[in-house]
Design a protein around this ligand. Structure first.
Ligand code: S3P
Length: 446
């Protein structure tokens, strides 16, 4: 469990329409990176709107262990004092990242670029996740893997490079975590570190490094890819960071409003970075009523207030190349698809097998438990919606996965029978306020 405590089961049932105006927490990807950039720049970085979820708090602890002063000034307000690239301290204890894949993998890159030794560990979910994808490029950059659990899993101990080697690396999968680990390690390498990705993944690391003064450029490569070039050994200068609301968290109230009859909800200041909006594209194709009310720029990202109204949905074909821009949103898209008329085919979901849980299996089991017809064909998930409410009535195993828990609670808000989840404690990793917020909108969660 997120706190090492008891499982917290919960049930969601159908009630009246969802109504109101809410703001979801700060973006998880940008929150992790804010703390890391604060650690790597000289002086004081102020962060507003930081996500205070378990995952990000683990990254804050790791930044402290590596020598930063990290202070919580008030709700969402944080101050990080760093000492700059090349100055990190060797941590005394194990860096425990809990459930957080992003925090652990990005920090492996940070540590890998410094001549220090650190042990990385996490909870039972994180210990199952593949780390070879990060270790492979880091080894080429001069990192030594001192110790690692079988199958390139946590716990593992790295000895960072004394003189990092700048490399050109083509990522084997579209993963912002791999790209970011290489770029962070490349910060302390002389010369240019180049990452080529076959499909563009979220670009927060590149944008934030540029904002902090690094020389970094990103060019198109191939049909959907990018080539990113970073000049090593920049002096990063602290800049204030405003964290926009997380589109991956907004996904839950968005789908809830679409499937609960009579709903009309506004979600404020949602980040509209095009590498994160694949779910919105897909829902619009399905016939969703989603209106952008006030498009503006905040903290270097376009944000908008979104008005979502209950909508009849129809099944669509979601192309594999859209996956990087909505990789965390498939569980809740599968819920929307269960209420749509006709088949929704989500293609190319192989990466879902290595998230906080095997999400392809967890989603399929959850759909089965709630009477929703579906099929896995290769790496595709096909959900056959009936165009009316899902039967529900199931108890869903969440497998230490926040997004599985939230997705099936959303399903329960509109199903014929209530939907239960076995453990909601991991929701605190990314969306601590999820249950009270959905309750405020009118959801029946108990
Ligand atoms: C993230 C990248 C994605 C995503 C994760 C956050 C990031 O993982 O699933 O929740 O902040 O870089 P991959 O890069 O492995 O696809």
């Amino acid at each position: 469990m997120a706190h090492g405590s008891e499982a917290l089961p919960l049930q969601a049932e159908r009630g009246g329409p969802l109504r109101g105006r809410v703001r979801v927490p700060g973006d998880k990807s940008i929150s992790h990176r804010s703390l890391i950039l604060g650690l790597l720049s000289v002086g004081e970085t102020r962060v507003t709107g930081l996500l205070e979820g378990e995952d990000v708090l683990r990254t804050a602890d790791a930044a402290r262990a590596l020598g930063a002063t990290v202070e919580h000034l008030g709700p969402g307000e944080w101050r990080v004092r760093g000492m700059g690239i090349g100055t990190l301290l060797e941590p005394r204890g194990t860096l425990d990242f809990g459930n957080a894949g992003t925090g652990s993998r990005l920090m492996m890159g940070v540590v890998g670029g410094h001549p220090i030794r650190a042990t990385f560990d996490g909870d039972a979910s994180l210990r199952k996740r593949p780390m070879g994808r990060i270790l492979d490029p880091l080894k080429r950059m001069g990192v030594t893997v001192i110790d690692v659990a079988e199958g390139n899993r946590l716990p593992l101990t790295l000895q960072g490079a004394r003189d990092s080697i700048p490399i050109e690396y083509t990522t084997p999968v579209a993963s912002a975590q791999i790209k970011s680990a290489v770029l962070f390690a490349g910060l302390n390498a002389p010369g240019e570190t180049i990452v080529i990705e076959p499909e563009a993944s979220r670009d927060h690391t590149e944008k934030m490094l540029a904002y902090f003064g690094a020389e970094i450029r990103s060019e198109p490569a191939g049909t959907h890819g990018r080539r990113i070039t970073l000049k090593g050994r920049p002096e990063l200068s602290p800049r204030p960071i405003v964290v926009p609301a997380d589109p991956s968290s907004a996904a839950f109230p968005i789908v809830a409003a679409l499937i609960v009859p009579g709903s009309d909800v506004i979600i404020e200041s949602v980040m509209m970075n095009p590498l994160r909006t694949g779910l919105l594209t897909t829902l619009l194709e399905m016939g969703a009523s989603i209106e952008e009310l006030d498009s503006r720029v905040e903290g270097g990202e376009r944000v908008a207030d979104l008005r979502i109204r209950h909508s009849p949905l129809r099944g669509v074909d979601v192309p594999a190349e859209r996956a990087p821009s909505m990789i965390d949103e498939y569980p809740v898209l599968a819920v929307a698809a269960a209420f749509a008329s006709g088949e929704t085919r989500m293609r190319g979901l192989q990466e879902l097998r290595v998230k906080e849980s095997d999400r392809l299996a967890a989603v399929a089991d959850g759909l089965a438990a709630n009477g929703v017809a579906h099929q896995i064909v290769g790496d595709d998930l096909i959900v056959s919606g009936s165009g009316r409410a899902a039967p529900g009535g199931g108890l869903v195993a969440t497998h230490m996965d926040h997004r599985i828990a939230m997705s099936f609670l959303i399903m329960g808000l509109a199903s014929d029978k209530a939907v239960g989840v076995d453990d909601t404690s991991f929701i605190a990793t990314s969306f601590p306020d999820f249950v009270p917020m959905m309750t405020r909108l009118g959801g029946a969660l108990r």
